[in-house]
Write a protein that binds this ligand. Structure first.
Ligand code: ADP
Length: 183
């Protein structure tokens, strides 16, 4: 009944994505794939050098990763099996394809996940840190994009949005809980 926007496979939690036990965690990487600050730094620190070594191999083969695209590596010492590295758009005011590129990050990450038979996947709030994408715009884009993807997919059983800050956690919880109320 009503508008059922949210698949029950979509969940939200507050915490550190490096600690989440899922088949794959997604990294908000940069074009170089060589690591950086924020969640990227946390993943490389916790996962160890194996992740960076695979990133360097990919870089040598295809020259980094374009914005909106995704690549997959081992998860090293992390509890996950894979890290999917996607490059979110830097926010430049919203008229530079930022929304479409952010959507592509979620879509391409999920495509790679399905190709690797990933059943559970955790996403950080891509682009909402150093890349300054407004959180209140990014949250509905993320949730709607994964919901659309799940309509045509049976492989993935769980998608967890791992929010590091309270503001994102509140935004995601409100959207997900509200759309469940409306079902
Ligand atoms: P971007 O460059 O894509 O903005 P950031 O890493 O700066 O990437 O930020 C993306 C999001 O990741 C932010 O919402 C930030 O709060 C969050 N974040 C930072 N560290 C972690 C972590 N360890 N686990 C989950 N999310 C994190």
């Amino acid at each position: 009944m009503g508008k059922s926007k949210c698949d029950s496979r979509i969940k939200v939690m507050k915490g550190d994505i490096t600690q989440v036990k899922v088949d794959a965690i997604v990294n908000a990487a940069n074009n170089s794939l060589l690591g950086g600050g924020g969640v990227d730094g946390a993943i490389h620190r916790a996962g160890g050098k194996e992740i960076l070594e695979e990133c360097i191999k990919i870089r040598n083969k295809q020259g980094g990763c374009e914005t909106g695209q995704a690549v997959i590596t081992t998860a090293g010492k992390l509890p996950a099996k894979f890290v999917i590295h996607t490059v979110g758009p830097v926010w430049h005011g919203g008229n530079n394809g930022e929304e479409e590129l952010l959507k592509s990050c979620y879509q391409n990450s999920l495509k790679l996940a399905v190709e690797h038979k990933v059943k559970s996947i955790a996403f950080p709030n891509i682009s909402t840190g150093v890349y300054r994408f407004p959180k209140q715009l990014a949250a509905p884009i993320a949730i709607n994009t994964v919901s659309e993807f799940l309509k045509n997919d049976k492989t993935i059983q769980e998608i967890i949005f791992v929010c590091f800050d309270q503001e994102n956690f509140k935004l995601y919880s409100e959207i997900i809980n509200f759309s469940n109320l409306m079902k």
